[in-house]
Design a protein around this ligand. Sequence first.
Ligand code: ZN
Length: 139
Amino acid sequence: MQSNRLEDVYISPSTLPWVPFSDGIRFRLLRVSPETGTWTVLFHCMPGSAFASHQHLGAGEYLMLKGKMEVRGGREAGGVTAFAGDYGYEPSGVVHEQTHFPEETEFYFTNFGPVAFLDDEGNTTSVLDWQVLASLAKG
Ligand code: ZN
């Protein structure tokens, strides 16, 4: 009998390829949801790498697995410095200037919608959503 019930998702991330994202940053795509636009990845960041300035167009949350992430310049600059074991939530609409990774870092990240990357004037230069990630992961 055909079942219309939703299926569990089970993935062993070590079986997934690392997909290049930007300079020094790569990801493993755990899941995308075409229904809601939610996407879930593991990010791996080399020491000295950074995410360009961006705005979350859907809320996001993360769990640090290893390393160190400095959001908005880190704690000394009034931002957030997250270490292994730390959890963070980022509401929809929030803008992040560069997010830095001074050490080799790995974290679980899920975003409930797209992320817009911004230039120095705050104009959108590109939009990252589940379709872009799925297409990058396909190669
Ligand atoms: Zn962000």
